[in-house]
Design a protein around this ligand. Structure first.
Ligand SMILES: [Fe+2]
Ligand SMILES: [Fe+2]
Length: 306
């Protein structure tokens, strides 16, 4: 069981990270459809704007309350986010709510409030989030099955659509656990998260590998190495089962690999924004995977302290 104060702080941290992630998924989907699928473009746009609203509500509640550690982790925004949004908006013609990014950058943390009114507001926020996440899960599932049956074309890889779906399911399950006041920082909970994020980072490396220009050989090799490394860590976790000493070793290896992946994501985002890397990677997608790596690093550092 978690305390009321943890319930508040963890809920706010979760939405600050994932509401932004979901609005960006909606944008990635929106830009991948053909003109004939205007209905899907509109649905993606609806989800994008709905998660903007969820993020705005979260920011209003989180300012002065959320953990400072979360704000400093680089999972909410990075020094590249605003520029990545501006350039992506220019490329796609989709207006991006950059004012939210500005507000997030000036947020403060660690207020430690836990009165009844705030608890009620957080419960409402979690309910609002659950409803929206269920809706985007349904949307992504529909796209994935249509792509698999070849009745829909999109420039997003099938693996990418499945990946976006898995992240939404993970988000929903995290909200449900918070509503049940379940502590996710038990050894079992930490292992589930480590397994999930190692798999996610392996897939990021595979997307980067596949979306680089075929002439970017050196970066493709690096991305391929990361894909293999995170696949290997996921396999090791599967095999280690309950062997505590092996699991600790895998966690510290994951921390090293995630740190290297974060550095790779930083130089990739910088290179894309500076027009030095040839690819079909949207600047905001590059910043997006960097934030996901930062989020995982915060978790891994926490696991190591337990
Ligand atoms: Fe994502
Ligand atoms: Fe991801």
């Amino acid at each position: 069981m978690i305390t009321d104060s943890e319930y508040i702080k963890r809920s706010l941290a979760l939405h600050l990270f994932f509401a932004r992630i979901m609005k960006e998924h909606s944008l990635f989907l929106e830009t991948g459809f053909s003109r004939r699928d205007f209905n899907l473009i509109n649905q993606a746009d609806y989800h994008r704007r709905s998660f903007d609203a969820l993020l705005a509500d979260t920011i209003a509640l989180a300012d002065g309350v959320v953990c400072e550690e979360v704000l400093k982790s680089g999972e909410v925004t990075t020094p590249f986010t605003l520029k990545a949004e501006t350039v992506t908006s220019y490329y796609t013609g989709i207006p991006i709510a950059t004012e939210l990014t500005g507000k997030e950058a000036s947020m403060t943390g660690d207020g430690g409030k836990s009165d009844r009114a705030l608890i009620r507001q957080i419960r409402d926020l979690n309910n609002q989030a659950s409803e929206l996440i269920r809706s985007i899960i349904q949307f992504k599932s529909g796209i994935l099955s249509n792509v698999r049956f070849c009745s829909l074309f999109t420039t997003n890889y099938p693996l990418m659509i499945g990946h976006l779906l898995e992240e939404a399911k993970f988000y929903l399950s995290a909200v449900q656990k918070l509503e049940e006041k379940e502590d996710i920082y038990t050894r079992k909970g930490e292992l589930d998260q480590e397994y999930f994020w190692n798999d996610i980072l392996a897939e990021h490396a595979k997307f980067i590998r596949g979306m680089l220009d075929p002439t970017e050989i050196e970066l493709m090799i690096k991305a391929n190495d990361f894909a293999n490394e995170f696949d290997e860590l996921t396999d090791q976790l599967k095999q280690a089962a309950d062997k505590m000493s092996s699991l600790r070793k895998i966690t510290s290896d994951s921390l090293i690999a995630a740190n290297q992946m974060r550095d790779f994501n930083i130089s990739g985002t910088q290179g894309i924004l500076d027009c030095k890397i040839k690819s079909i990677i949207m600047p905001l997608l590059s910043d997006h995977v960097l934030r996901e790596a930062n989020h995982y690093l915060r978790l891994l550092n926490r696991f190591q302290k337990n």
